[in-house]
Design a protein around this ligand. Structure first.
Ligand code: GAR
Length: 197
């Protein structure tokens, strides 16, 4: 008889508010998402999301990028901390650091990001402003595998929202964020269920 597979293990990286991390934690606690969250790691000591994770009983760590004199040294400290938890997937959830090619390569096929646009449109920052300025009638969010090029890896799932005539960047961002909170757990569940097929 084969042993039942244990749940996929996630390490989630955040830099701030952590609302996407929270949606993943909540989906896991409601068993909508079959994962164990091994740790939440932030590059900023003041990331608001850390408190939620601690209160949810999740291991948290801070690896402050300001304490490192190079991107390479920061990324290797991150990788060492992450690997101690032996995750199946590493989840970037509002993690606002550019990663080195070595780091991305180390997690090839198991490093995911959520980006607030319908990739390949609007890579980079200020996506909501740029979508409005470009006269888009539709906008959204993408969960994708991370590759060495910024916001460029294969898309796993996308969510679409309309751009309304009186939208500003804030109203549009709020509409997209609501969808992000459904999209990220759904994309992770898609991968996890493929893994156990
Ligand atoms: C989210 O909107 C996410 O898509 C975006 O940052 C926000 C983080 O919010 N990520 C990026 O722009 C990555 N390029 P959260 O901390 O509340 O999850």
């Amino acid at each position: 008889m084969t042993e039942p597979r244990s749940k996929a293990r996630l390490v989630i990286l955040i830099s701030g508010r952590g609302s996407n991390m929270r949606s993943i934690v909540e989906a896991a606690s409601k068993n909508e998402l079959a994962v164990d969250i091994a740790a939440v790691i932030s590059n900023r000591p003041d990331a608001a999301g850390l408190e939620f994770a601690q209160q949810a009983g999740i291991n948290t760590e801070v690896i402050d990028h300001k304490q490192f004199d190079s991107r390479e040294r920061f990324d290797s400290a991150m990788a060492e901390a992450i690997d101690a938890y032996q995750p199946d997937f590493v989840i970037l959830a509002g993690f606002m650091r550019i990663l080195t090619a070595d780091f991305v390569e180390h997690y090839s096929g198991r490093l995911l990001n959520i980006h607030p646009s319908l990739l390949p449109k609007f890579k980079g920052l200020h996506t909501h402003e740029r979508a409005i300025e470009a006269g888009e009638t539709e906008h959204g969010a993408s969960v994708h595998f991370v590759t060495a090029e910024l916001d460029d890896g294969p898309v796993i799932l996308q969510a679409r929202v309309p751009v309304l005539p009186d939208d500003d960047a804030d109203t549009l961002a709020a509409r997209v964020l609501e969808q992000e909170h459904l999209l990220y757990p759904a994309a992770i569940q898609k991968l996890v269920s493929q893994q156990t097929e």
